[in-house]
Design a binder for this molecule. Structure first.
Ligand code: NAD
Length: 420
């Protein structure tokens, strides 16, 4: 844009909401020589979510998988705040600092990129918000890690009754998608490799890890053959996988199943999938699809709004039922940045197309599942592929050094069990 009063070229102002896979990919690929860029997000770091489960038991340390956003790139502004309102006519945002509930302030934009992700889905089931642990952010992984160590310490107290010990050492995971399966695998590994040695008062026959899945199988995006391998692996690890088991209610120390039976627990992790962020209810001018995601066309533009784009888990691409995964979100961010870099956003440019590079999941005992278009793999070789695939995808050199260092430290010295 040329400012009529000066010869200086005024860059268009691009505001990015969010700091997850899609927004981060967009920011990193965008040519900031061409745009004046501001990123607004309540979280001041990008999180490498595929390895989040490993931090719940200390296989990896929290900071190894987080990238501070401010020094990820030069030449952009970061504001730690949440966007509460959008005025598409005035092209302004109403935001609030996210640390101490600061006063509202306004930010203007020429182009807006909405990449605010999703939130944990509870399906409104009673007691989940109050009594379950979730796993989407680092602080949640930290709470789970502390709780696991706490329950082992409490179960080891000399005055702990047999009944109480059994309850404390019962860990229940609800939801057999990749999140539930991976966290279950990490907890089982931590118990078999480290905790069983260091907590003699919590013997192997007293610890119960149970995964509850409402449908007829876990990992429903994977081939049945691979799922069978996972089931066999879990059997050897002593993990109890219960399919056709839906949860009706969660209480302080116990979970009530649809059939009325009860499982007592010391820790319950809720991983039954994701749903739309609550703030989307306020942004009525955006049309939503049947999953509550912002409807966008194949150029990722919000329907009826030339200057607003939505990417990642919060967006539903025109008639395509793309999974809400990091892969999709990252490709959307890269695609959109590329289009912006070409300065082709106002022309009829090439539509977004998702190219799957396969599915990966960790199933414990140094085994993974790998499913691609051409072949499937399970076991130790798949585990090595799982580790190397994520290692190469980590954002910074620091993370690429820190993550293998953590793996090595865990292998040699075991997991850290300080419960601060
Ligand atoms: P998901 O939607 O993939 O799985 C949730 C599971 O919970 C489903 O199998 C569902 O049947 C079950 N469920 C729902 N309500 C239930 C209830 N009341 N009781 C018992 N079970 C219930 O969710 P997720 O695992 O959190 O994953 C979210 C997204 O992130 C997905 O798109 C997933 O593919 C992606 N992800 C991928 C990886 C990976 O590729 N390794 C890892 C983590 C997450």
């Amino acid at each position: 844009i040329k400012n009529p009063n000066s010869k200086k070229v005024v860059k268009e102002k691009v505001v990015i909401l969010g700091c997850g896979w899609s927004s981060y990919a967009f920011l990193m690929k965008l040519n900031t020589d061409k745009y004046d860029v501001t990123l607004v997000s309540p979280r001041n770091h990008f999180l490498f979510t595929p390895l989040l489960s490993s931090t719940c038991v200390g296989t990896l340390e929290f900071r190894s998988i987080a990238e501070p956003i401010r020094n990820s790139k030069d030449d952009f502004e970061y504001i730690q705040a949440q966007c509460l309102g959008i005025d598409p006519q005035k092209k302004t945002l109403e935001c609030q600092g996210s640390l101490h509930g600061e006063k509202l302030f306004q930010i203007s934009y020429d182009k807006l990129i909405v990449g605010i992700g999703a939130r944990n889905n509870t399906f409104g089931i009673k007691g989940v918000e109050e009594h379950a642990y979730f796993l989407k952010e680092l602080h949640q992984a930290r709470s789970i890690r502390k709780r696991i160590i706490d329950i082992f310490e409490m179960a080891s107290l000399p005055d702990c009754t047999e009944e109480e010990r059994q309850r404390l050492l019962s860990i229940v995971i609800v939801g057999g998608g990749p999140t539930g399966v991976e966290v279950c695998s990490e907890i089982s590994d931590a118990f078999l490799e480290d905790l069983s040695k260091w907590y003699p008062q919590a013997p192997i026959n007293q610890v119960r890890i149970t995964l509850l899945e409402a449908s007829n199988r876990i990992l429903n995006a994977f081939d049945e053959k691979l799922v069978k391998k996972a089931m066999i692996n879990f059997k050897y690890s002593g993990v109890d996988i219960r399919t056709h088991t839906a949860v009706k209610e969660v209480q302080k120390d116990q979970v009530i199943l649809q059939d009325g039976s009860v499982i007592k627990f010391g820790l319950l992790i809720w991983s039954t999938g994701i749903g739309p962020q609550k703030v989307l209810d306020n942004w009525k001018f955006m049309e939503k699809d049947k999953h509550g995601r912002i409807k966008v066309d194949k150029q990722l533009r919000v329907q009826g709004h030339q200057d607003i784009f939505a990417i990642g888990d919060c967006a539903g691409v025109d008639s395509e039922n793309l999974p809400a995964t990091a892969q999709v979100a990252q490709q959307e961010g890269h695609y959109l940045a590329h289009q912006f870099n070409l300065r082709a956003e106002n022309t009829n440019h090439v539509p977004f197309e998702f190219h799957s590079s396969g599915l990966l999941a960790y199933i414990g005992k140094r085994s993974s599942l790998l499913q691609t278009k051409y072949f499937d793999l399970s076991g130790f070789i798949a585990f090595l592929s799982w580790r190397s695939a994520y290692l190469t995808r980590l954002g910074s050199l620091r993370a690429k050094i820190q993550v293998p260092f953590d793996w090595f430290r865990t292998l040699v010295f075991g997991r850290d069990i300080t419960n601060f």
